[in-house]
Design a protein around this ligand. Structure first.
Ligand SMILES: Nc1ncnc2c1ncn2[C@@H]1O[C@H](COP(=O)(O)OP(=O)(O)O)[C@@H](O)[C@H]1O
Ligand SMILES: O=P(O)(O)OC[C@H](O)CO
Length: 497
């Protein structure tokens, strides 16, 4: 009987499930968007039950579409939007509050206070991260402080915390397994990436009881078996990684120095730095890439909070396009942005600025400004933010980046990819298969159960579909980037910190 790997990819805007065969090909795919809740300015929440129901729904759909049932599935791999925080009651399995999403800024004030009163460099040495509302710790603390009775229940050992991977495994095993993997743990601001354990000093600082936390496992091992009725038989859950780390693995950036950039809701650039935990002084993060075969691999990361989401905003907020793909046709109607600069800092700024209060700004409009110029300025904003991150990463690594592997929904946009290569002055390589996040989780799961022998076997599945070579004159590149930097400075001058 042929066997397959089922990958569950729980993203910020949708839940996806993909069935892969042994050659790394897609056999079937199902996807469902779910509700975004914005209860106050700067707050972003998801309903954990909707995360689970959409994920369970697409898992069943993809399996059925492929004509399979649980007996044909060798293993399940899970990958997820990271940092998003869920706290639930261990006995009932019910969340005590909505999931607080990675983009949520409600704890920015508290982070500012922490920055003033605590040694940020010490926290950085332990976690590889900066103090920012982006990460899970302050979100857990907020739930314990604001949901009536939550702190008492947590202290009595009645509550469990998890990032989305943990929540999915808990539900897939009906409350039997409470685990996460090292890559997700490294995004919480509670995990010491040197000792690879939850850090007692940080737990004390954020007043979080250790009993709430999941057990931290490798990214590729059998964590348990499914107990849900979705599958006719028990299926091993054998791979977990945060979506950006999974994409790094799916892109086969397995050698130090290899870099990928994923263009989804946000943009996340990761560079493999090998087995040593290096801490650059710049605002580049250090994170755990994965633990496979007993070996931990680290990565540098640059995080951009708004990338493809700016295109969604043009569609849903401004209504100047009907579908995301229309942005390319619209932007192609003009040669350039006509002097318009757009900084889409809708949820603050990440790397390298780390400013939670920054908001969006569009500047340089005239009577001649058309929707096409705004579309173009939006795509340019994605590309220029990426330039800032890549330059910071090069400074951290002490060497230039020669090529960038790209993936994610917005890489379908050829105009954006060509402009990206131009302004980076670096080769941009798009693989044949751009759902690398799901692929990475599938690889991790497959390796754990012997579906694939080793990394060398899966390496040969990666193939370039198109290489975008830089063609723009260097003076033009420099002029455009200088204008972008001026726009960023203007946003930061406008913003309080
Ligand atoms: N042709 C396109 N040009 C630019 N952006 C696009 C295009 N197609 C999709 N996108 C953007 O890509 C994002 C979806 O990518 P995806 O990788 O599915 O993201 P996520 O995993 O964050 O939900 C959306 O924000 C969407 O606006
Ligand atoms: O849902 P995505 O793919 O935009 O990824 C979100 C990141 O994991 C946030 O850190």
């Amino acid at each position: 009987m042929n066997k397959y790997i089922l990958s569950l990819d729980q993203g910020t805007t949708s839940s996806r499930a993909i069935v892969f065969d042994q050659a790394g090909n897609v056999v079937s795919l199902a996807q469902k968007e779910f509700t975004q809740h914005f209860p106050q300015a700067g707050w972003v929440e998801h309903d954990p039950r909707e995360i689970w129901s959409t994920q369970a729904g697409v898992a069943a759909e993809a399996t059925v579409k492929a004509g399979l049932n649980g007996t044909n599935i060798a293993a399940i791999g899970i990958t997820n939007q990271r940092e998003t925080t869920i706290v639930w009651n261990r006995a009932t399995g019910q969340p005590v509050y909505n999931a607080i999403v990675w983009q949520d800024r409600r704890t920015a004030e508290y982070c500012n206070h922490l920055r003033e009163t605590h040694r940020e460099d010490l926290i950085r040495q332990k976690t590889g991260l900066v103090i920012d509302a982006y990460f899970s710790a302050t979100k857990i603390r907020w739930i314990l402080d604001n949901v009536p009775g939550a702190r008492e229940q947590a202290e009595a050992g009645e509550l469990a915390f998890g990032t989305v991977d943990t929540w999915l495994v808990w539900n897939l095993t009906r409350g039997v397994v409470h685990v996460t993997d090292v890559s997700n743990a490294s995004r919480t601001l509670l995990f010491n990436i040197q000792t690879l354990d939850w850090d007692d000093d940080l737990l004390e600082l954020f007043t979080i009881p250790r009993s709430m936390l999941p057990q931290v496992k490798a990214s590729s091992e059998v964590y348990g078996e499914t107990k849900t009725t979705i599958f006719a038989s028990k299926v091993p859950i054998a791979g977990i990684a945060g979506d950006q780390q999974a994409a790094l693995f799916g892109q086969m950036c397995v050698e130090p120095g290899m870099v990928k950039n994923t263009y989804g809701t946000g943009c996340f650039m990761l560079m493999n730095i090998g087995t040593q935990c290096l801490m650059p002084s710049d605002n580049v993060l250090t994170t755990v890439a994965w633990k496979v075969g007993g070996q931990v691999n680290y990565a540098f990361e640059g995080s951009i909070f708004i990338a493809g989401a700016v295109v969604q905003w043009l569609r849903d907020g401004l209504g100047i396009i009907r579908s995301s793909s229309e942005v390319e046709t619209l932007a192609a109607q003009v040669e350039d942005s006509g002097g318009v600069s757009f900084v889409p800092a809708f949820t603050g700024l990440g790397t390298p600025h780390w400013n939670p209060y920054a908001t969006g700004m569009m500047i340089g409009m005239t009577r001649g400004t058309k929707a096409a110029h705004i579309a173009r300025a939006s795509l340019e904003a994605i590309a220029y933010q990426t330039v800032e991150v890549l330059r910071a990463m090069e400074a951290a690594a002490g060497r230039p980046v020669k090529e960038l592997r790209v993936d994610g929904g917005a890489t379908a946009n050829n105009l954006l990819m060509q402009f990206q290569a131009d302004v980076l002055q670096t080769k941009v390589i798009r693989p044949t298969f751009t759902e690398t996040t799901a692929l990475g989780a599938a690889y991790l799961a497959g390796l754990a159960v012997g579906y694939w022998k080793d990394i060398d076997e899966i390496k040969r599945f990666w193939k370039a579909e198109r290489v975008f070579e830089p063609t723009m004159a260097p003076e033009k590149v420099a002029e455009g980037f200088a204008r972008w930097q001026r726009a960023i400075r203007t946003v930061l001058a406008w913003t309080r910190m």
